[in-house]
Design a protein around this ligand. Structure first.
Ligand code: AKB
Length: 317
């Protein structure tokens, strides 16, 4: 990995991943790819090259790949689960037509490709406890359909053309830098903002709904480590289960209350998000990632909560 294009560099994952990779390979071109209306600003703009790189515009992508001699593409363009339910055709267009553009360019230009999958690639028939690496994937959301297709297409390009595609199934990601937009797991980020601001939190997900979650530093580490992994050890490619913590809104509330005692929450369940959440795993088994590329998270709920509250106090107060 030397010259890297991060597509979706101003999004929740991209904004932090671009900076992490720039710090890792200061001698390389790490291009912050963006679409009109989501241009990079501040340190993201100042610390390296930036280029318009719309997944739906193959010619534009090819120009960027050639100009910066890109060898690795992080494809983070996506509509998250709740938004994708409102705009299913657009979600398919970005997530699958866009992916095809990237895979073709990767095939012709020898690039490795990371396109994340998600807990959203599973569905109601999937075993919800200790969800195995290889299991039933019959999601009922458009987001889930695009994630299963992403896994299949990425593996297809590896087996048929030798394109070096690898990825992970991200849990809900929690960070204090850039907010997510339109996901089912967003509540687990927004709750920290309310707690630090001293506001009551209105939770759209019902008590008792367990989902896998992960702190952003671990997610970034996974995204980098899988692309640097020794390929001879990889039995799987697209995509690996990775896990670090699983909780429901009550557990999260009580954890935050240990640090901010007066914090209050009430429920106003959003039926769209709740139906999606009910179909997702409670907790994935990530033993294949541990065995094949030494995946190991650093944060648990307690250490993440301490860090989130500290960072948001500095940012918001
Ligand atoms: C979402 O909630 O849509 C995402 C995800 C789990 O993929 N955060």
């Amino acid at each position: 990995m030397k010259n890297v294009l991060v597509i979706g560099s101003t999004g929740q994952i991209g904004s932090e991943l671009t900076m992490k990779i720039r710090n890792m390979i200061p001698e390389g071109n790490v291009v912050a790819g963006y679409i009109k209306g989501a241009e990079p600003k501040g340190i993201l703009l100042e610390s390296g090259p930036a280029a318009e790189a719309d997944v739906c515009n193959g010619e534009q992508l090819l120009e960027v790949v050639k100009k910066y001699k890109i060898d690795t593409i992080y494809n983070l363009a996506a509509l998250l689960s709740a938004v994708a339910e409102k705009k299913p055709q657009l979600a398919w267009h970005i997530q699958i037509d866009g992916l095809m553009n990237i895979l073709e360019i990767a095939r012709e230009n020898g690039c490795a490709v990371f396109t994340p999958s998600s807990i959203g690639s599973f569905g109601p028939e999937t075993p919800h406890k200790d969800t195995p690496q290889d299991t039933i994937q019959r999601p009922r959301s458009m987001y889930g359909c695009t994630k299963v297709a992403t896994e299949l297409l990425s593996d297809y390009y590896f087996h048929k053309y030798g394109v070096d595609t690898r990825s992970v199934r991200f849990p809900g990601l929690i960070s204090n830098v850039t907010l997510p937009g339109g996901g089912t797991t967003d509540y687990a980020v927004e709750i920290y903002y309310s707690a630090v601001k001293g506001e009551e939190f209105v939770c759209p997900i019902a008590a008792g709904t367990f989902m896998d979650m992960m702190y952003m530093p671990d997610a970034l580490k996974a995204a980098v480590d899988i692309m640097n992994a020794d390929p001879s050890r990889l039995v799987h490619r697209n995509s690996f289960n990775i896990a670090s913590m699983s909780f429901d809104p009550e557990i999260l509330l009580h954890k935050i209350q240990e640090h901010i005692p007066g914090f209050k929450m009430r429920y106003e369940v959003d039926p769209v998000r709740q139906a999606i959440a009910d179909s997702w795993p409670d907790k994935m088994d990530d033993s294949c990632a541990r065995a094949e590329w030494d995946w190991k998270p650093s944060f648990d709920l307690e250490s993440m909560t301490v860090d989130m509250i500290d960072a948001l106090r500095k940012k918001l107060l």
